[in-house]
Design a protein around this ligand. Sequence first.
Ligand SMILES: Nc1ncnc2c1ncn2[C@@H]1O[C@H](COP(=O)(O)OP(=O)(O)OP(=O)(O)O)[C@@H](O)[C@H]1O
Length: 357
Amino acid sequence: MDMKKLGEKTMSEILQFMAPGTPIREGIDNVLRANTGGLIVLGNKEKMTNIVDGGFQINSPFSPSYLYELAKMDGAIVLNEEGNKILIANAQLAPDPSISSTETGMRHRTAERVAKQTGSLVIAISQRRNVITLYKGHFRYALRDIAVILSKANVALQTLEKYKVVLEQSIANLSVLEFEELVTYCDIINVFHSIEMVLRIKTELLAYLNELGIEGRLIRLQMNEILLDIEREAELIIKDYAQSKDVQTGELFDKLQELSTGKILEDTLILKLLGYNGYIHTDEYKCPRGYRMLSKVPRLPPVIIENLIVHFGDLPAIVAASVEELDEVEGIGEVRARKIKDGLKLIKNQFFADRQL
Ligand SMILES: Nc1ncnc2c1ncn2[C@@H]1O[C@H](COP(=O)(O)OP(=O)(O)OP(=O)(O)O)[C@@H](O)[C@H]1O
């Protein structure tokens, strides 16, 4: 894992650990409001012995109000690594002064040096500037005002809704083309670009939610609601068009999510993700297997869907099959065969009617 990724991962874990709603955040917010300032280190005893000078041994379980009371004293507070125990208060920290620091004030310089020297998480609460700064190893992060992140998260949520509409439109187009047997690789790629945009915003939102903790509860609910059907549809599209029938849709979806945080994906990369490695002319036609359409037929169990696809190969063949031919498939009797036939016809008509709107 490269340094940047490592940093992002560590930071996102730390932000979750410190998010509103957690005891540690409650304690820190109290210190911030009391205007006493604070310097808090989360480190194990061995790592800290050479650095801590003096102070009182507290050795009591962590509580937000203890932290607040102890922060009234000068010096630093040392917690255990898990942050659930207060070890020392009123400690003087003496990190190696030759370690470089970009900070100006003594509290923040000390915090940065201790973090670099021990790799521990250090939290500096400024007395004059009303900010909380986190240091871990070489990483530094100033916590942002919750109201600011909330408004950013709301904007991202609106953007997500807009992209969802775009994606739904492109999936609706795909549906019509599937019944017309006119889907090309190009159409499939376009749908994946829309999925990619949705995932991009999701990643951004998740970063905000990390930092928001319980304050982001409502936004998380809304996000999940927006994404629920979309992610299911996307997985079925993968199942319909991946080169291999046994594709791990969940894994592929996660990969897509991971890749969509960088540059816009190239068409060939999307095809490669779907398992197409050789040269492919994007104007060529490609039939879906039919997982997505068949999942829209009411009360059709997955095992029957699977049998249908194994038997007929793809959606056009299933749509073209007569009731008698459908009847031949394992697990399908005449009644169900008729239901499948009628169901698919109904779905087709629905998509064609919607297109004309
Ligand atoms: N090495 C240290 N060990 C423990 N506590 C320290 C250390 N250095 C500074 N502090 C604490 O930080 C307090 C404020 O120091 P200073 O004003 O220089 O820091 P600062 O980085 O400008 O922070 P602020 O923004 O809160 O003023 C000190 O009163 C002391 O409690």
